[in-house]
Design a protein around this ligand. Structure first.
Ligand SMILES: Nc1nc2c([nH]c(=O)n2[C@H]2C[C@H](O)[C@@H](COP(=O)(O)OP(=O)(O)OP(=O)(O)O)O2)c(=O)[nH]1
Length: 168
């Protein structure tokens, strides 16, 4: 039977586009559910009751990757996962501390440049967000070359750009 609350209000899945040095972190899904195994996604998961979307992302990144992140702004539009039932929302994020994310739940993790985004098979909902991610990665590369970080509002400029240093 159809759950009316899901039809009216689709379940929100949040995912983090963690960007570092012009690359974004992507993960290959492991066995569960088997239909999605081998497909690539951004770290994240379902928003639990009482959580904000950034809080859910911070929790998922701790659980899945063992890292603390600062969540930035939305990237792209809502992408249907199961139309009417669940929707994907991607946010930019940066590592709060220098740390290597570990593949606690993914089969493997990779840092992909804009040119490498199309080299892995993405979940269909993520694929719709990739053009916006590619634009961000290219902007991040340009900003890094210029010593600024304008692509992620709220983040401090890189050292040498006349402001306080970044924490990672
Ligand atoms: N984590 C994540 N899930 C995505 C993405 N794109 C996408 O369609 N999904 C789908 C796959 C799943 O059907 C659903 C999220 O499932 P999940 O298993 O990652 O969620 P979760 O961590 O909250 O896990 P659980 O509570 O169900 O165990 O959203 C993405 O970029 N990241």
């Amino acid at each position: 039977m159809v759950d009316v609350s899901e039809v009216v209000s689709p379940r929100i899945v949040v995912a983090a586009a963690i960007i570092m040095d012009g690359r974004v972190l992507a993960g290959e899904r492991a066995a569960e559910p088997v239909t999605l195994a081998g497909m690539w996604e951004f770290p994240g998961g379902k928003v639990e009751p009482g959580e904000t979307e950034p809080e859910a992302l911070e929790r998922e990144c701790r659980e899945e990757l063992g890292v603390a992140v600062d969540v930035g702004r939305r990237v792209g539009a809502d992408a249907p996962i199961q139309p009417g039932r669940s929707v994907l929302r991607v946010y930019t994020a940066v590592l709060r501390h220098p740390a290597s994310p570990s593949a606690r739940q993914h089969r493997q993790l990779r840092w992909l440049s804009a040119a490498e985004l199309a080299t892995v098979p993405w979940l269909h909902s993520d694929a719709t967000v990739l053009p916006a991610i590619a634009t961000l990665l290219l902007a991040a590369q340009c900003d890094a070359a210029a010593g600024i970080n304008s692509w992620l509002p709220g983040r401090v400029p890189r050292p040498g750009a006349g402001d306080q240093p970044r924490s990672r």
